[in-house]
Design a protein around this ligand. Structure first.
Ligand SMILES: NC(=O)c1ccc[n+]([C@@H]2O[C@H](COP(=O)([O-])OP(=O)(O)OC[C@H]3O[C@@H](n4cnc5c(N)ncnc54)[C@H](O)[C@@H]3O)[C@@H](O)[C@H]2O)c1
Length: 333
């Protein structure tokens, strides 16, 4: 039985990862500051004796010091002592517009949380470090994005601090990590989402059932992966891409150019059995820092032996059903 740390464990993706690792028989230590995550997301994990939840702000040096003391009572990098084998670093700001409005948001929660997580990895001699990065590190490019696309010129502070995190992980890998893997995620959807288009649109629909404001002109076109497929791909990479050093993978649906916001709205309104009229705003992007179009090449991931089962549209359909509020919930949104 191996012990693994997940930062951001109470969030959308982190809680699904915790469930998957526990299901495999691992022991999991979840860390979160609950700025966006919730204990409710961890309802299943918290029933498992192999799961432990620690509250800490990874961007805060004092909190990290306290965490090191807490973990240090049981774990050590010394040979023969109980050790932690993998650290999955997911804690980050997930509100991109908030990070555009205030530089400190991504500096703290997206970058300094990485520094805090690396500190824990070094302190406890954790050999493997896995990081959820994003398409936002690429900035705006024509055509398919491969892991070698560049120059990397993000247009949001979120993307910039994710890229800075990748750089810090690269330096750490040359100094003390055995292996690090950068997962560049597309948009991820599914139950327990804490943000994103489907989440936002259901909220707006509850507040205003006849008309719904949509940011941007609806032509934005991006790739989506259901959270279950994402976890499957990340675990596949962790298990099959085992060479020491740093490596980076685009994660996404196969042979898929993405789905537009207009098509997502059609599926969502159909799922909600709503007659609401969507009102689009002008311009091809929803907010400053939004990259309106991207499509990954996932050849590298496919060559490792993993291929998504569903398309972007399949992921959206599934998530629209999973996130559809029951009527009582809708009234309280
Ligand atoms: N969901 C997506 O579409 C998507 C796309 C690309 C990348 N990602 C990345 O995947 C990861 C998980 O995203 P998510 O969608 O689950 O977001 P989320 O907001 O649901 O989860 C992030 C978690 O991190 C926690 N957190 C934030 N700052 C922290 C800090 N300083 N210390 C401790 N905990 C902190 C939050 O409370 C939250 O529970 C993030 O790194 C995100 O950038 C997500």
């Amino acid at each position: 039985m191996s012990t693994q740390i997940i930062t951001g464990a109470a969030g959308f993706i982190g809680s699904h990862l915790a469930d998957a690792l526990l299901e495999r028989g691992d022991r999991v230590i979840g860390i979160d500051n609950f700025s966006r995550g919730s204990r409710a997301n961890l309802a299943l994990a918290l029933k498992n004796a192999r799961f432990e939840l620690l509250t800490a702000d990874l961007a805060d040096a004092n909190d990290c010091e306290r965490l090191v003391g807490q973990l240090g009572a049981r774990f050590s990098a010394k040979p023969g002592s109980e050790h932690i084998s993998q650290l999955w670093h997911l804690a980050a700001n997930s509100d991109i517009p908030a990070g555009v409005a205030d530089l400190n948001v991504d500096l703290r929660d997206t970058f300094l949380s990485t520094v805090g997580s690396l500190r824990i990895a070094r302190q406890f001699g954790i050999p493997d470090f896995f990081f959820t990065s994003t398409s936002a590190v690429y900035g705006e490019h024509e055509g398919q994005l491969t892991e070698r696309s560049g120059p990397l010129l993000p247009i949001s502070n979120y993307g910039a601090m994710k890229l800075a995190s990748e750089a810090a992980i690269s330096a750490a890998t040359s100094a003390y990590l055995r292996r690090s893997r950068i997962f560049r995620l597309p948009n991820v959807v599914g139950a327990r989402s804490t943000h994103g288009l489907i989440f936002d649109m259901y909220r707006k629909l509850a507040a205003s059932p006849s008309a719904i404001e949509v940011l941007g002109d609806g032509t934005q076109c991006k790739q989506y992966l259901h959270v279950s497929e994402l976890i499957d791909a990340a675990l596949w990479i962790a298990d099959h891409s085992t060479a020491p050093a740093i490596d980076c993978f685009n994660l996404g649906p196969s042979a898929d150019a993405g789905i537009t916001v207009r098509r997502i709205m059609e599926i969502l309104l159909e799922t909600a059995e709503s007659q609401a009229v969507p009102h689009y705003s002008e311009g091809d992007r929803g907010w400053v820092g939004d990259v309106p179009h991207f499509a990954y090449s996932v050849e590298k991931l496919n060559a490792l032996g993993w291929r998504a089962k569903g398309s972007s549209e399949d992921a959206i359909r599934r998530a629209c059903v999973e996130l559809r509020p029951r009527s009582a919930e809708a009234a309280s949104l």
